[in-house]
Ligand binder design. Sequence first.
Ligand code: SAH
Length: 399
Amino acid sequence: MLPYPLGDTPRVTVPRERARGLLARHPWIFANALHKPPRNLPAGAVVEVVDEKGRFLARGGWNDHSQITVRVLSFADESIDEAFIARRIAAAIARRAGRLTASDTACRLVFGEADGLPGLIVDRYGDWLVVQFLSACLESWRPVVSAALAGLGARGIVERSDSEERRTHEGLEPRSGLLWGEAPPATVDILEHGLHFGVDLLTGHKTGCYLDQRDNRAAVAAWAAGRRVLNAFSYSGGFGLHAAAAGAAAVTHVDSSAAALALAAANATANGQDGQEFVAANVFDALRGWREERREFDLIVLDPPKFAASRKQLERATRGYRDLNQAALRVLAPGGLLATFSCSGAVDAALLQSLVAAAAAEAGRDLQVLQWLGQPADHPVLLSFPEGQYLKGLLMRAL
Ligand code: SAH
């Protein structure tokens, strides 16, 4: 289905009294803000948003399957066409100029709403690109996005529109596979701060790996020399490998997935690192076991998966973060460091901090914050769209 040409653009009305978010340039319009929403508009159609007097407010993509019924593409009175989408993509990529270097060969090129392309993710892994269409708004521009990306000189483009949210939130079928060009090898070798990581673009987590932790891995590694490091929720080993390269005394990776640990072990080998410990276990169980053995670590990284997918799960999630941090503090040596993260959008930085404070109190420990951690510059947060700030962390010292 092709987007409507300008002129035929259907109009939807948001009365001014319900347009507070929109006037603050927040790019989501919820179903309940719309006055007499039209029926039978196809998902992805471009609509013009006006107030009750017909005054222009924005243009965006329609999807009444979603609570987020309109995703704003522009607050300016400009046409939304192929050239517009191509311009937005080019601008996002231009903003990342200089991020890719000989020792850092992967980065995010397009980060959805923060780059004015709601629901579109594009990551570069060496000579390959990975794209995710997470909204009907951008799904309808898929051929245009593909053509724009194909012109960038990559060897191939992989599509990973296979996130569950695509189906549950947007009503779109999952899709993944080669989108254009040459198929990537089973693992694409990338460099992150000079270390090698093999990334499976077709089945790896997210678009292949956790690019969003790049700067935090370096921040934590800066404290690793001489320390016994526990890399909990290791996935492909990132935090632990950087710690080892920075002179850690020992590194233990824990993950419940044997496949993730195999990746981590292969990555350690690829960097000439040996002697690391790989533990396939539930982190909660492993921490309990070590406490019983009175085993200690001097630097613990906790980077769990999202505990809260939505506000509804917040209560369970807050308990999870508190218990996890408390259990980690019980195996943290005096003077040890704890780097703790949450990638749940529903848990903001203030809540994370108060949860960790509660965990420390329960464990009878005093913690100093050395550094507040967040997203790297290729995952920027638009001030008008705080929902884009999902990753936060604290690097702390136990007294
Ligand atoms: N720190 C990693 C990313 C972690 S992603 C990095 O820097 O790349 C979260 C990981 O936690 C996944 O690999 C998943 O397999 C693992 N995981 C999820 N729940 C777990 C649990 N209860 N115990 C151990 N590992 C778990």
